[in-house]
Write a protein that binds this ligand. Structure first.
Ligand SMILES: [Fe+2]
Ligand SMILES: [Fe+2]
Length: 257
């Protein structure tokens, strides 16, 4: 059983702030644990990976303690999974000025979730794009086939934090949880099976690692599991670079030798 924890600051220079948005008792009993993040620049906010239905009240409460939800400019979705998007109708109501940022592949699927979504979606082209937030920029970085075919990580330039969608996800055993990776070698045990099965292609993974190394992120913050900082950022990218996943291992895993 995971205990309550409120939001936690990942970056704060007075003008620009980034928060992890907490966790609540027994969320691990309801479904896979998820991370939500809030970026604030001046008086504008961007909610990254807003999350599903059962986390909504916790995320809303923690967001509201940091910025009025009416000042949220973007709801940024890496991909279309329920643990990422299922709270969308509720967010549309509580953050009436916010626009949804999602891969253009998913724009015509969103109306199936939210009847009021017309005119409120920004389709991110395959090559990515930049979002202006206050005086800062959040860049959508392609992460296609990792695992969704239309998938983006989001890079907050000012803080150097990369929100890495399901890449870097860890599924903790029951009762175990921590916010920051401390022992990388131990942490790998919680990531390996997830990446081999949920990521589609080794080629896609290596291309992503190459593009991320150029960005030189200071922190990598996935949608599940724990956050990588300091030397663990490099260790994580090296580990990904050597991993075989998805269609490159499926024959053996599904059908044996
Ligand atoms: Fe996913
Ligand atoms: Fe996920």
């Amino acid at each position: 059983m995971i205990r309550n924890m409120n939001s936690y600051p990942l970056y704060d220079d007075g003008e620009h702030k980034v928060y992890w948005l907490g966790i609540e008792e027994a969320e691990d009993e309801k479904g896979i644990l998820t991370n939500q993040y809030l970026v604030i620049d001046g008086n504008e906010g961007a909610l990254v990976e807003p999350g599903g239905f059962f986390v909504f009240s916790r995320v809303l409460r923690n967001v509201s303690s940091l910025i009025p939800p009416t000042q949220i400019k973007y709801l940024m979705y890496s991909h279309q999974d329920p643990d990422v998007v299922a709270g969308l109708n509720l967010w549309f109501e509580y953050a009436p000025l916010a626009k949804v940022a999602v891969s253009e592949l998913w724009v015509r699927f969103i109306p199936h979730m939210a009847v009021l979504s017309a005119g409120r979606t920004i389709g991110i082209p395959d090559g990515g794009m930049e979002f202006k937030l206050g005086n800062s920029v959040i860049r959508a970085v392609p992460a296609h086939y990792l695992h969704s075919p239309g998938n983006f990580a989001f890079y907050d330039e000012k803080s150097g934090i990369l929100f890495s969608t399901d890449i870097g996800a860890a599924a903790f055993p029951e009762g175990e949880w921590y916010l920051f990776v401390e022992d990388f070698e131990e942490h790998v045990k919680h990531m390996e099976a997830f990446h081999r099965r949920y990521m589609s292609s080794t080629k896609a993974l290596r291309a992503w690692v190459r593009s991320i190394r150029k960005l030189k992120p200071k922190v990598i913050a996935p949608q599940h599991g724990a956050i990588f900082r300091d030397e663990n950022v490099g260790k994580f990218l090296d580990w990904l670079d050597g991993l075989e996943v998805g269609i490159d291992v499926f024959e053996k895993e599904f059908y044996g030798d």
